[in-house]
Write a protein that binds this ligand. Sequence first.
Ligand SMILES: Cc1cc2nc3c(=O)[nH]c(=O)nc-3n(C[C@H](O)[C@H](O)[C@H](O)COP(=O)(O)O)c2cc1C
Length: 261
Amino acid sequence: MKSHFQPIFNELGIELPSPSISIQSKFERQAEAVLALKPAVFSFVFGIPDKHILDACRQQGIITAGAATTPDEALALEAANVDVIVAAGFEAGGHRPSFLREAEDSLHGTFALTRQLSQIIRKPIVAAGGISDAEGVDAALRLGASAAQIGTAFLACEESGASTAYRERLFSPAARYTELTRVFTGRLARAVRSGLAARFAGREGDLAPFPLQSQLMAPIRNAALDTGNLEYSAVWAGQGAANLHHRKAAHLMEALTAPWR
Ligand SMILES: Cc1cc2nc3c(=O)[nH]c(=O)nc-3n(C[C@H](O)[C@H](O)[C@H](O)COP(=O)(O)O)c2cc1C
């Protein structure tokens, strides 16, 4: 695996790391931290937490929200008595949090999934993916969602942790073109089209599984961000990135909620 990436490390003048193959899951410890903090809502992706964690949330009055990328995943979350189901469409920025089938086999669009879930799920549904304005929120509500979840439009605001170069990329014409790729982490995720993903397109066999691929790529992602080399950066973004207008979270929030005020 390393040999496939060595040329890029050479090009950037950085050391190729030796990712550890014994990776401990941090989930149980993260869940303990959540239970200690007692937030109003505990939202998770990539599966269903063990019953004892969900029971502990219920006892403490913490609302649980789980992401589904297919109707089957939504039904599984509902069967586990998760309180809120997030309908995560393939337009969404970042990782595709599929857990029953491969992410490539779980490519429902936000509105098709939301509509379908509104017919088969009794829990509240939150539509996520590709929504960036009040019209999108309105459409989600009309299709049966109780709320919309928005990532990319907030990522583009000054208050986010994204670098200036990253945020400028989201407002550039490049943001019209996003793609699903495993190259940055080993898991399928949507980012602005990049030279790195193009280089490994159709070469999934050359990539390590998550999280090894992510460890391998971390120095490349960091060096690329430091030097402003956006072709090698993971500029996570949803398909709504072509429709961003606000650089302040307060302005975005005002615009998103205007029709309901
Ligand atoms: C950079 C990035 C990181 C994300 N990280 C998480 C995460 O850790 N947990 C999660 O539930 N969703 C995460 N999401 C998904 C968002 O919660 C949301 O569902 C998604 O961004 C909605 O699609 P949009 O980006 O098209 O608005 C992330 C999204 C992005 C763009």
